[in-house]
Write a protein that binds this ligand. Structure first.
Ligand SMILES: Nc1ncnc2c1ncn2[C@@H]1O[C@H](COP(=O)(O)OP(=O)(O)OP(=O)(O)O)[C@@H](O)[C@H]1O
Length: 392
């Protein structure tokens, strides 16, 4: 994350019915993901930031400007906050064309604000061919892109996204994510995004705020938090893993492989259509790593990284969780442990049986060889790099 003053400072308390929210965090440039179980308080928190709900006590500051300060009697109404809000459903005006829906957003842009031209937003979101259509003639993904465009045309200083991809199928989600990345990287617009999907968070977010029953269980850079075993129960166990920064080194055409350079060591992955020098991030799932305490020989796996154990985490394997996965299958409670690792300065995470951890004597500081099967690294796990200023 970029150094300097946070873009957003939040410190709020609210009670609604039996639920109490006590949340304190700061967010910098880039995308801040609010992640947590259903009912953890994500939408409530986003509504407080937008000014659609009011806390009993609190302070919310955007770009150094207080939007809410109950102690000082500051209460900026929602339409004067310069915050764009995109909901789960696009909520477009059905009787207006796409162009008219977009221009509606413009009505809320202050005269003195730096405004992105309509053409730039249309181009960034790839909606030029849709301008004369009405919403009922758009796909779900197109509708969401228009809703994002409408929010952007109000010249916001912050964009709130409350699960804007939730109602879309996997193909439509994959279609929209690159546009959200363009907003993050080209418009440099800070975003707060509610998400249930850890893959989505890993790909898009730079900061993670983990909510648990109305409280912030942890907040910080996504990569660091995703490698912390004690947080896995809140992250969704089965897909635990980390992101490795990588650069395409070259292709091995005869074998259909691509060579990546990472700080952790070289990595062979199934061939990518990316030129040498392209910067990427590779999501390596904890369940795809094998650990050895001696240099392995005669392996079919192509990748062996040298590293060391950082921590042997909480026991996992709660029956019933993540049905169909390791933890939800035959494993008895406590059969599996998560092992935090470091290789060449990069955090990695392995999920192994408690028996293996005991037999190998896994403990902090122990040197290990980390084996990554090439075929375990799927194409969808390889995503564009973050811009340098958003890297942690
Ligand atoms: N108007 C309300 N009155 C009373 N309780 C409410 C109200 N709105 C929400 N709640 C409760 O507040 C808690 C937090 O709700 P919230 O919608 O913020 O959770 P969430 O993390 O966004 O959940 P989800 O992922 O399911 O959308 C829940 O227990 C919910 O039942």
């Amino acid at each position: 994350m970029a150094e300097g003053r946070p873009v957003l400072e939040v410190d709020v308390s609210l009670t609604q019915g039996d639920f109490t929210l006590e949340a304190c965090f700061t967010a910098g440039q880039g995308v801040t993901a609010l992640f947590g179980r259903s009912g953890a308080g994500k939408t409530t928190l986003v509504n407080l930031i937008a000014g659609l709900a009011w806390p009993r006590r609190g302070r919310i500051v955007l770009d150094g400007v207080p939007l809410l300060d109950t102690a000082a009697g500051v209460r900026v109404p929602p339409h004067r906050r310069r915050i764009g809000y995109v909901f789960q459903e696009a909520r477009l005006f059905p009787h207006l064309t796409v162009r008219q829906n977009l221009l509606y957003g413009r009505l809320f842009a202050p005269r003195d604000a730096a405004r992105e031209p309509l053409e730039r937003i249309v181009d960034l979101l790839g909606i030029g061919a849709l301008l004369d259509r009405r919403p009922r003639h758009l796909s779900g993904g197109e509708r969401q892109r228009v809703a994002i465009g409408r929010a952007l045309l109000s010249a916001p200083r912050l964009l709130l996204l409350d699960e804007p991809l939730a109602s879309l199928d996997a193909a439509r989600k994959a279609e929209i994510l690159p546009y959200l990345e363009r907003l993050r990287d080209e418009l440099r617009l800070p975003m707060v995004q509610v998400s249930h999907q850890i893959e989505e968070v890993a790909r898009l977010a730079t900061t993670l705020v983990l909510l648990d029953a109305g409280r912030v269980a942890a907040a910080g850079p996504v990569t660091a938090l995703m490698a912390q075993p004690d947080l896995f129960p809140l992250l969704g166990r089965f897909e635990a893993g980390t992101m490795l920064r990588a650069v395409v080194e070259g292709h091995d055409g005869d074998w259909g492989l691509t060579r990546l350079a990472t700080a952790a060591g070289p990595l062979m992955v199934p061939r990518l259509e990316a030129a040498p020098g392209t910067r990427l991030r590779v999501r390596v799932r904890a369940r795809d790593l094998i650990l050895a305490t001696a240099p392995p020989q005669g392996l079919s796996a192509r990748n062996t990284l040298a590293g060391e154990v950082v921590a042997v985490g909480g026991e996992s394997g709660e029956p019933g969780e993540d049905a169909g996965g390791v933890a939800g299958g035959d494993a008895a409670a406590g059969a599996i442990v998560d092992v935090a690792l470091r290789a060449g300065g990069e955090p990695l995470l392995a999920r192994v049986t408690r028996q293996a951890a005991a037999e190998l004597g896994l403990a902090p500081g122990l040197p290990v060889w980390i084996i990554v099967k090439t075929v375990a690294v799927e194409r969808r796990s390889i995503v564009p790099a973050l811009p340098a200023e958003l890297e942690c």
